[in-house]
Write a protein that binds this ligand. Structure first.
Ligand code: SAM
Length: 266
């Protein structure tokens, strides 16, 4: 089994779907800030909500536009969204292959709640390229991703959960889950894929340093990259965000004018 299949299987489980439908309801402060600051790219525009999960962001985004589409590779998540938000458009599909959409289809694309961290490195790059393809020129892409500089990364290695009193059954569950995923962990100079708290360490999560994430985006063609910490403050690319478990990134696909300008400067 690959990392990709492992995590995808987790998102099909009824218990995971229930968790996202029942407990994930409110927008995060970073998302509120992004929706306000980039309102001109969102309000009444074509929006794609990648990895829409249980529909947490669907509610807020559909209040801003009537042109909302949610996509998720978990059929169970899609079915739940279709049931609970029946007036909205949800599609079953994988973000790394969005052949159902023409190029330049959306003004604003979001991949919220670190959904992009569920994938292998290769699939992440493919997904970013697909998002770039279906985004209109001048359009905005926002997402969050785990921060490899976070001083409190919680993995089964540092056994955060083990310290809790009277949680023996939970700890046993965590250890069993960890043993299943540990062989898929990856450590490189630029990113790591680690077992983390989600599903009692039974999830594999991609962690990356801010500077490397920016490089990935620039290599694909994105520009005007802004980064927010967990307090929704815009931070510099060179700051060390030791207290942000994850960071939000907002970037733009250049317009044809931008591209002409760039080629003239070369
Ligand atoms: C952490 S959950 C977040 C759900 C929702 N966006 C929210 O904020 O509550 C990540 C979601 O991304 C979906 N996902 C992960 N990788 C995906 C991919 N390659 N294509 C489509 N959906 C994906 C998962 O099925 C899951 O529903």
């Amino acid at each position: 089994m690959s990392i990709d299949l492992f995590n995808q299987t987790l998102y099909e489980k009824p218990s995971t779907v229930k968790e996202y439908i029942c407990t994930q309801k409110d927008l995060w402060i970073e998302e509120k800030t992004i929706f306000e600051k980039y309102e001109q790219h969102i309000k009444d525009k074509a929006i794609l909500d990648v990895g829409c999960g249980g529909g947490r962001t669907a509610i807020a985004l559909s209040e801003l536009t009537s042109n909302y589409t949610g996509i998720d590779y978990s059929m169970e998540m899609v079915k739940a969204c279709q049931k609970w938000h029946s007036s909205l458009n949800f599609i079953h599909g994988d973000a790394s292959d969005m052949h159902m959409f023409d190029g330049e289809s959306f003004d604003f694309i979001i991949f919220s709640f670190n959904g992009i961290d569920c994938m292998s490195h290769e699939k992440r790059i493919k997904t970013l390229k697909e998002i770039y393809r279906v985004l209109k020129s001048g359009g905005i892409f926002a997402f969050s991703s785990h921060n490899l500089d976070d001083r409190k990364i919680v993995t089964a290695f540092n056994k955060y959960d083990m310290k809790r009193p009277r949680a023996i059954a939970r700890n046993l569950f965590n250890v069993m889950s960890y043993l299943k995923v540990r062989k898929y962990q990856i450590h490189t100079d630029t990113y790591e894929i680690l077992s983390d708290l989600l599903a009692g360490f039974g999830h594999l999560t991609y962690y990356i340093r801010k500077q490397e994430q920016v490089k990935q985006l620039v290599n694909i063609g994105f520009k005007n990259i802004a980064i927010l910490n967990r307090q929704a403050q815009f931070v510099d690319i060179n700051s060390l965000d030791r207290d942000s478990e994850w960071l939000h990134y907002v970037c733009q696909k250049p317009t044809s004018d931008d591209r002409n300008e760039d080629s003239q400067q070369k």
